[in-house]
Ligand binder design. Structure first.
Ligand SMILES: *Cc1c(COP(=O)(O)O)cnc(C)c1O
Length: 374
């Protein structure tokens, strides 16, 4: 067993900045993303990385078992570099063609390729000041200039802030992370129309929990790229599958980067497992409805305890207590074996991002908070 099993990644992130004379300048200058911790503590209630509390569709396991067969002989062979089976399933589900679909090893990889292929231009790109913290990391990795656009005081995105400023591209999650706030489709259309010469990337990691997808706009706007992941709504964070939908010329750019980087980003098990998940939309729709119902109960319980909770269209809530410090609460919860996410960042350092778990987990969370708040 390695150190990673017992030592929090924060230990590595905050210890003295290491360096070596063998490092390239690029590596020296990087500020890597720090993912939420994955500790192996028995009985832990893990509400820090927005994983789905329900297992994947049984069809996913059946497809993986069928692929493996009795002797896992298929693993001798490379997978299909184009993952056509999966692309076709995704295209069919959304009424698009396979040439409008790109698949990658988690949507983080899809995002990375999009930064390099579509957002690296002369001009700075735009994204909200409070958003997915991987975006500035990719900018650092690929040398993409960016300008952040402050969210409104209520933490919503104002579409007008993205209209009439020339830019090298625009990216935001919808619903936004870590706020959970949703932007309406007509606002997205307004941004697309105001920026015909920029790629607008909508990262829909959480759209299945009450949002409206921009996918129907793909056929009408050649500057729109919509990115999805199977990690959240499809309970497959461990399989690493994400995809992008857009005009075939945008997809071709992503394929060029992918084929200059790794021909086989999706392994055989990921291709068949993800395809089975895409084809069992009914199973996942029911789970998402359960998560939404639990989220609304959790919001009610948190408000009763004196939290202010932002409206959420995601599988997490973003909440602050008027009289209790967020970092302290996170650490007190951790002592009680419940982990939530706290970002030590301007404007949001008094918030906790809490993943919606099962109803039972959320009840334990609110009971524990009641106890801690006294
Ligand atoms: C979780 C998340 C992703 C990454 O998902 P993976 O497919 O697991 O890499 C991308 N964007 C946002 C906003 C997320 O929250």
């Amino acid at each position: 067993m390695g150190d990673h099993d017992t030592i929090s990644p924060y230990f590595y992130a905050f210890r003295e900045h290491p360096m070596s004379r063998f490092w390239s300048q690029v590596v020296h200058d990087l500020t890597p993303y720090v993912p939420g911790e994955q500790p192996k503590i028995p009985g832990l209630i893990k509400l820090n990385t927005n994983e789905n509390p329900f297992p994947p569709s049984p069809r996913v396991l059946a497809a993986i078992q069928a692929e493996l067969g009795d002797d896992a002989g298929c693993l001798r062979r490379y997978p299909d570099p184009n993952a056509d089976l999966l692309k076709n399933a995704i295209a069919r589900q959304h009424g698009l063609t396979a040439r409008q679909v790109f698949v990658g090893n988690g949507s983080d990889e899809v995002l990375a390729h999009a930064f390099q292929a579509l957002l690296k231009h002369e001009q700075a790109i735009l994204f909200p000041d409070i958003t997915y913290s991987f975006y500035p990391v990719y900018c650092g990795l690929y040398g993409v200039d960016y300008r952040t656009v402050p969210l409104a005081d209520d933490f919503s995105i104002n579409p007008l802030d993205y209209c009439g400023q020339s830019n090298g591209g625009i990216i935001f999650p919808n619903p936004n992370a870590p706020t959970g706030c949703l932007l309406a489709l007509d606002a997205i259309e307004q941004i697309l129309q105001a920026n015909p010469n920029s790629v607008v990337i909508v990262d829909e990691a959480y759209v299945n929990f009450g949002g409206k997808t921009a996918i129907p706009l793909v056929d009408r706007y050649d500057n729109l790229l919509v990115i999805h992941t199977l990690s959240k709504a499809c309970s497959l964070a461990g399989l690493r599958v994400g995809f992008a939908l857009g005009h075939k010329d945008l997809i071709a750019a992503l394929e060029r980067v992918k084929n200059s980087f790794n021909s086989y980003p999706l392994d055989r098990l990921a291709i068949v497992g993800a395809t089975a998940a895409i084809e069992d939309a009914a199973y996942y729709e029911a789970n998402s409805q359960t998560v939404i119902a639990t989220r609304e109960q959790l919001i009610g319980a948190l408000c009763t305890l004196g939290f202010e909770v932002l409206p959420s269209a995601a599988n997490f809530v973003f909440a602050r207590h008027l009289h209790h410090d967020a970092a302290r609460l996170a650490s007190d919860l951790r002592d009680k074996k419940i982990i939530v996410r706290h970002f030590k960042l301007p404007r949001i350092d008094q918030f906790l991002r809490i993943t919606v778990g099962t109803a039972a987990e959320c009840t334990i969370l609110s009971d524990t908070l009641r106890e801690l708040l006294g």
